[in-house]
Every structure is written in structure tokens, then in C-alpha cells.
Design a protein around this ligand. Structure first.
Ligand code: TEU
Length: 559
């Protein structure tokens, strides 16, 4: 098994990332939608929680067809979220508190209202025609091939005035850029530089989370995708399920682009190291290729402690905990397979939720969501938390008239809507949970249990989910074995998942009971950091042999 114990890791390796969905975090402008000033106002709560970096989903000028993932200007702030001055205050406020700021960047597509696309669709001879993926109709006048949209139906939309189709991996309001065009690359890299230099003193942002990084390049011969042999549903099922994305995803040319983005970030990393995170939904063997090849990066090996300097994304997001059945044997197998697949020098990472996925507490239940917190925060590699998960927030109930997400509107009734996991943060017991003023309607409804689950209520309860998160984050910060140590002895026995984290002689043993029954385990003698019942209120001696149902035990073994 691949280990990376000890030594001088960088902030994004030892730290914990927290995702903020800006529409839903804190409204200060009284319009029912969160904003940048709201994030600034809540930074102290995040410092208190114990995270190290925030990743903020898009706040660029946008028609909001996909709530900001349709960007109309890569170097601005949508008035809904504030101004560039608000951004400068946010980055200054984050840095003053020792927090890093990671921007969400959307390189695969723009809004159809972006000036580049308006120019591109103007005429076949427009100077930016080739910035997007235009193609003549098939002989029958239909779309050029079978490429699908992730949001239902064909990915091709016909443009009447110029008589060609353009391709969009998502909404028709999100045309895909042509990443084979060097001018497109330069324009995106220029926008990245803008943010890397923005803010007081020009220190800039600490990294990017790159949207759909594995989709950037499509087949240059526009070949149709083959059918998916594992699909057995009806013909009305989303097209994307019916095909293998052989020509629309994970094309080898993508790696070179990722390496160029990384080199760009490295060129800014002399004083403040930056991080490149990739949103990549792929099986593990394909995912780990996005770490890149050794040594082709511009940067010197001094920046990282590992022997090999890989030149790709430092964190290709690992979503496999979201996709794996919540069973000890399956998760143990996942941890072993992922660790074994990491190339030398690659730093692992783990994710339990985001703005596109059903909430953790609704996927595996409130009780196991607390066990999952212990897992996420004791595994080897950088954890990314999704806002609200520290409260055990479940999915919100969205009535038919409250649906906002185009993924749901385009494919109704299939459970594909993402509104439930985007419900406003619940801060306190006041009307609208402190998210927005009482007389304003939040853009999405609150979760039902907000009067009990809210942040202020949980702060007062030393056995709350928030207390478990705060305790685990503090332990992770305190013990090198947890934030940078090795992992070994990954096993599953009677529904209990176990592993050991170690740094030199220090060993921490983790036992997670993924079942509804108490289980006996063989533990090392030592100091119990988290006791059964997820009691994190103080250290005690013991050789815990029982892990209660839906619980976990973390022990610092005697030397
Ligand atoms: O998501 C990409 C992506 O793969 C999603 O379509 C995902 O599969 C789906 O939402 C799961 O339900 C990114 C962003 O995270 C998402 O919010 C955007 O809508 C999408 O890209 C387009 O930018």
C-alpha cells in the first residue's frame, strides 16, 4: 500500500476544504439569495469549526440558467452576489483569518450570453466561430451525431440563422468551448491569472476547483458514442445513461491541458502554494491519471515533500465514497483499491457530498452520517466538507411549485433534481434560520428540522453532530498521524470498518461501526480520543472492546 507518512506537507494536504454554495450560505442583501458579504460575515464560524480552506461555487456574472455554472464573464461578480470590492473584502477577510480561498472555475462551457458565444453565433465567418463546437446537420437535417446532454436529450442545438448545430454537454444555454483552439485556452488562462493576482496586495486566490475537467475535449472526428451494454432501461431514459461516453469524455488530450493549468498555478506558487482541484467522475484507474506524469511541471521539487512531483491536478476529486454502498466490506475494499492505485507522489482526497448529490444524511441516515464524519476526517488525504453536512442537514422537501433546478425541470420525476441539497444554511432559531430576514422568502425552502438542527442550537449541545465535527477537526489538526500519517491495516469485520493511521511511533486506531448493532472489537491499549457513542468530550484510558451501534471509537495507542 502506498504510504506518505511524515514530513512537510502543504496546506491543501494537511488542511480540510469546506464547500460554500454562495446562493445558500448567508443573505445580507435581503433578496433571499446568499452573497459574498454573507460569506465574509460567517468566516468566524468556519474558523471555529476548524476548516482550513473554503471553495466557493460560481459567483460570476451569469443569467443563472444553471445557477452560475453558466458564466457570462469570467472576471466579474454577478450583482446578485455583490461586487469585485466585496470579493476583495472576502479574500482579505479569509487570508486575515488564515483561511485559504478556492474559486470554482468553469472552463468547459460558457453561458450562451457570454460575449464570446454571441460573437461566435453571429455568422459562420465570425472571428470566434471556432471558439465553440459547431457542426453541419446530419444528411437528414438532424443532429450531427448521438452525443447527449447531461441534462437530458441531445447535446446539439440547431442555430437557425447560421444553419449549424452547436454542442453543449449540459444546457443549451451552456455551449461547450472548443478546447482544441489555442485562442480559447489563452483566454481561459488569462481569466485564471486575473484571479490569481486579484485582491489586496495581489496575493490572489489559493486555487481552483475546475468544473467537469474530464469533459473538456471531445473527439475531433465527431464520432457517435457506442451503446452502453449495461443499460437495460426504457428508451425514454436519459440519453446519457444509454451510451458509453467513448468520444465525449476522458479524451487523452485532456491531460496536457490539465498539466498546463497546473504549470500556470505553479508559476504563482513561489510564496503561496496554490492547488488545482478537478471535478472528475471516473472509475479509480482512470481518475488517478489526472494526477499527471512525474516531473514535467515547471515548478521545482522543493515545493512538495514527495519524491516525485506529479504535473497534473493535485486533487482529482475522489467521489467514490458517494458512489459506494455504505457497507464496511465495500468501503474497506474501496480504501485499499484507491490507495493502491495512487501513483507515487500522489496525495489522496475524499468527498462525502456536494451541491450535485443527495445529502449524506439522506443517503445513509442521520445516525450513520455521524459515523461517516469520523471516516472522512480520519482517512488519509484531504477531506472536502459540504456546507451543512457538519449539522447533519438532510435533503429539503421541495414541493412541485418550488423546483428551481433545470436538471429536474428537463427530466421531471426521475429524482435528478439538485434543489434538495442546495437548501439554505440554517444558522439559528430565528425566522428563516438566520439565513435571510424574516419577511423575505429564501430562494429554496429550509429543511424541515431547522428549529432543532440549526448551528446555534448545536453549538450549545456537546453531543451534537456539530460537536463531533469540531472535535474531529481539532483532533485532525493536532495529530500528525491523522493529517499526514500513513494508513494501514484496513479491514472490515462484522460490519466494523477499521484502520490504523500512524506517524513514526504514533499510532491511531479507528473503528467504525456501520451497523445497527453493537459490536465487539479488539483495540490497542491506549487513550480513547473518541469514545463509543461518538463521545468526544474528553480523553480517557481504555481498551474499548465495544463499539455501539451507529458509532465509532478512535484510540491513540500506547507506544
Ligand atoms: O457537474 C457536473 C456533473 O457531472 C453533474 O452533471 C453531475 O453529474 C450531476 O449534477 C449529478 O446529479 C458540474 C457542476 O458541479 C454542476 O453543478 C453543474 O450543473 C455542471 O457541472 C455544469 O456546469
Amino acid at each position: 500500500m502506498q504510504n506518505e507518512g511524515g514530513g512537510n506537507q502543504l496546506w491543501w494536504q494537511t488542511g480540510v476544504v469546506y464547500q460554500v454554495y454562495p446562493r445558500s450560505f448567508q443573505d445580507t442583501s435581503s433578496d433571499g439569495v446568499g452573497d459574498l458579504a454573507g460569506i465574509l460575515a460567517r468566516l468566524d464560524a468556519l474558523v471555529d469549526l476548524g476548516v482550513d480552506a473554503i471553495w466557493v461555487s460560481p459567483f460570476y456574472p451569469s443569467p443563472m440558467a444553471d445557477f452560475g455554472y453558466d458564466v457570462a464573464d469570467y472576471t466579474g461578480v454577478d450583482p446578485l452576489f455583490g461586487t469585485l470590492d466585496d470579493f476583495d473584502r472576502l479574500i482579505a477577510g479569509a487570508h486575515a483569518r488564515g483561511l485559504k480561498l478556492i474559486l470554482d472555475f468553469v472552463p468547459n462551457h460558457t453561458s450562451d450570453q457570454h460575449p464570446w458565444f454571441l460573437d461566435s453565433r453571429e455568422s459562420r465567418t465570425s472571428s470566434r466561430r471556432d471558439w465553440y463546437l459547431w457542426h453541419d446537420p446530419a444528411p437528414d437535417g438532424g443532429p450531427p451525431n448521438n452525443w447527449p446532454s447531461h441534462f437530458g436529450g441531445s447535446g446539439w442545438t440547431f442555430d437557425e440563422s447560421t444553419g449549424q448545430y452547436y454542442f453543449h454537454s449540459f444546457l443549451r444555454e451552456q455551449p461547450d468551448l472548443n478546447w482544441r483552439n489555442p485562442a480559447v485556452r489563452e483566454a481561459i488562462y488569462a481569466a485564471m491569472r486575473f484571479w490569481l493576482e486579484r485582491g489586496p496586495g495581489g496575493r490572489g486566490v489559493d486555487g481552483f476547483r475546475m468544473d467537469v475537467l474530464w469533459l473538456l475535449i471531445k473527439d475531433d472526428q465527431f464520432r457517435s458514442n457506442p451503446p452502453n451494454p449495461d443499460f437495460h432501461g426504457d428508451a425514454n431514459a436519459p440519453l446519457i445513461w444509454q451510451q458509453l461516453p467513448l468520444y465525449t469524455a476522458d479524451q487523452p488530450e485532456t491531460y496536457e491541458i490539465v498539466a498546463t493549468m497546473r504549470a500556470l498555478l505553479d508559476s504563482y506558487s513561489g510564496v503561496y502554494p496554490r492547488v488545482l482541484i478537478g471535478e472528475i467522475y471516473l472509475p479509480i484507474p482512470k481518475l488517478v491519471r489526472y494526477y499527471g506524469k512525474p516531473g514535467t511541471s515547471l515548478e521545482t521539487p522543493k515545493l512538495e515533500s514527495q519524491t516525485a512531483q506529479l504535473a497534473g491536478a493535485q486533487m482529482p476529486f475522489n467521489f467514490h465514497l458517494i458512489q459506494t454502498p455504505w457497507e464496511a466490506e465495500r468501503i474497506a475494499d474501496l480504501i485499499r483499491r484507491y490507495e493502491a492505485a495512487l501513483p507515487p507522489g500522489a496525495w489522496p482526497n475524499w468527498v462525502l457530498g456536494n451541491h450535485d448529490q443527495k445529502r449524506l444524511a439522506s443517503r445513509i441516515g442521520a445516525a450513520q452520517a455521524r459515523v461517516a464524519a469520523v471516516l472522512l476526517l480520519t482517512l488519509r488525504g484531504t477531506p472536502t466538507l459540504y456546507y451543512g453536512d457538519e449539522l447533519g442537514m438532510p435533503d429539503a422537501n421541495i414541493a412541485p411549485g418550488q423546483i428551481r433546478d433545470p436538471a429536474e425541470k428537463n427530466q421531471p420525476g426521475r429524482g435528478l433534481g439538485r434543489d434538495p441539497e442546495r437548501s439554505p444554511m440554517i444558522w439559528d432559531g430565528s425566522e428563516n434560520a438566520g439565513f435571510c430576514p424574516a419577511e423575505i422568502q429564501p430562494w429554496l425552502p429550509l429543511v424541515d428540522d431547522w428549529p432543532e438542527l440549526n448551528h446555534a442550537a448545536q453549538l450549545k449541545d456537546e453531543h451534537s453532530t456539530l460537536a463531533v465535527y469540531r472535535c474531529l477537526l481539532a483532533l485532525r489538526r493536532r495529530y500528525p498521524a491523522l493529517h499526514s500519517g500513513a494508513i494501514s491495516d484496513v479491514a472490515a469485520d462484522h460490519g466494523v470498518l477499521q484502520y490504523v493511521r500512524s506517524d513514526g511511533a504514533a499510532r491511531i486506531q479507528v473503528h467504525l461501526n456501520l451497523t445497527e448493532e453493537s459490536q465487539s472489537v479488539r483495540g490497542c491499549p491506549g487513550t480513547v480520543l473518541v469514545a463509543s457513542g461518538l463521545d468526544c468530550t474528553g480523553e480517557r484510558r481504555g481498551e474499548n472492546l465495544w463499539v455501539l451501534a451507529n458509532s465509532a471509537v478512535v484510540v491513540l495507542c500506547d507506544p
